[in-house]
Ligand binder design. Structure first.
Ligand SMILES: CC(C)(COP(=O)(O)OP(=O)(O)OC[C@H]1O[C@@H](n2cnc3c(N)ncnc32)[C@H](O)[C@@H]1OP(=O)(O)O)[C@@H](O)C(=O)NCCC(=O)NCCS
Length: 145
């Protein structure tokens, strides 16, 4: 069953932003132990921060970063107890709408090997070969808008 989730762009530095940082660092565990550092927080000031709320609780997040004509989704994370309930797909649609409104012509991401089938299901195509990022195989995925 799909869980209806409310998505919005949140302000950098606020309580929701801090909850989003906690969620992504909890979910996106990696062999290189890369987490969000104070330097990352400072560098993220100008980025678009997306959050999804279920009954007022932040359960989904990603960043949107301009990359040429595309917006790149980064640090994509859904809370573990509500994964596979349609929230990732809803967040993708929210990001697509935001990207179109901001004039981008595609969305892209570096997909973890374990998440590639999710991106394929929601209309992305892979590009090129796998490469290492933070000790995990990733591949570029793109979706034209
Ligand atoms: C990958 C992730 C973002 C997907 O979000 P989600 O809310 O769990 O996915 P949804 O429920 O919206 O799934 C949409 C479709 O993709 C499929 N899917 C989701 N995750 C999948 C996965 N890891 N492998 C294969 N299929 C997957 C679902 O079965 C569903 O298919 P359906 O429409 O036929 O039922 C989320 O599971 C997550 O945060 N995973 C851990 C962190 C991660 O890997 N982030 C991405 C880094 S690039």
């Amino acid at each position: 069953m799909t869980l209806p989730t409310k998505f919005e762009i949140i302000q950098h530095g606020g309580d929701s932003y801090l909850a989003a940082v906690r969620l992504r660092d909890e979910i996106l565990v990696n062999p290189a132990s890369v987490v969000t550092t104070p330097e990352d927080v400072a560098a993220e000031r100008e980025l678009v921060h997306v959050a999804g709320f279920l009954d007022g609780e932040l359960v989904a997040t990603c960043l949107l970063v301009p990359e040429g004509r595309a917006l790149r989704m980064k640090r994509v994370a859904i809370a573990s107890d509500v994964q596979d309930r349609g929230i990732g797909a809803q967040m993708l649609h929210f990001c697509e709408d935001h990207a179109r409104e901001s004039g981008a012509s595609e969305l892209c991401a570096h997909a973890r090997e374990t998440a590639v089938r999710f991106y394929l299901k929601v209309g992305f195509a892979t590009e090129g070969d796998y490469f290492d990022e933070d000790g995990i195989p990733h591949i570029v995925v793109r979706k034209a808008l």
